[in-house]
Design a protein around this ligand. Structure first.
Ligand code: PRP
Length: 173
């Protein structure tokens, strides 16, 4: 069994940063009623805490995608396995991610959602790992930038384990 090597962000640090992000987003969307498109499953924990720090009305919705191929890095073929329930045409949409690594999932999502003609489309991710990027993607709001670590906790999994950790940790493999 893999072990936790070190804690990268404590629960308190995560909550503090989410509070700041919530404040910035609430300010940016003052006159608006954004749709938060949470990417299942990892981003659920982040999305829940982010909504608790928003002072504007919002709609929370979920979308699930699947990557194919022996490895996402080599193929990066993605498809939607559960679509948003809401029609985003003419709406302000914020994609909520837990982590952007290669950028392949986000690039696909941006392409698909843009085609539905929302009035705006932005990206909010808790973690950004630019060292693993394959495709350039725009990130409007980010919690933390991290080095090329394999991280788990606070929604992030390794073989579906560790999602429920209150903190974000580096996995020793
Ligand atoms: C993770 C994460 C992002 C994606 C980022 O999801 O939640 O959606 O990978 O990686 P990328 O930038 O290399 O595309 P994962 O496929 O592990 O699914 P999960 O959220 O259900 O755990």
């Amino acid at each position: 069994m893999e072990k936790i090597e070190k804690i990268l962000f404590t629960y308190e640090e995560i909550q503090e940063r989410i509070k700041e992000l919530g404040k910035i987003i609430s300010e940016d969307y003052k006159e608006k009623n954004p749709i938060l498109a949470c990417i299942l499953k990892g981003a659920v924990y982040f999305a829940v805490d982010l909504t608790r720090n928003l002072s504007v009305p919002f709609i929370l919705d979920f979308i699930s995608i699947l990557s194919y191929g022996p490895s996402k890095e080599t193929y990066g073929i993605v498809r939607i396995t559960k679509d948003l329930d809401i029609n985003i045409y003419n709406k302000d949409v914020i994609i909520i991610e837990d982590i952007v690594d290669t950028g392949l999932s986000l690039a696909y999502l941006l392409r698909v959602l843009k085609a539905r003609e929302p009035s705006s489309l932005k990206v909010c991710t808790l973690l950004d790992c630019p060292g693993r990027r394959i495709i350039d993607v725009p990130i409007d709001y980010k919690g933390f930038e991290i080095p090329n670590y394999y991280v788990v906790g606070y929604g992030l999994d390794y073989n579906e384990n560790y999602r429920n950790l209150m903190y974000i940790a580096v996995l020793e493999k």
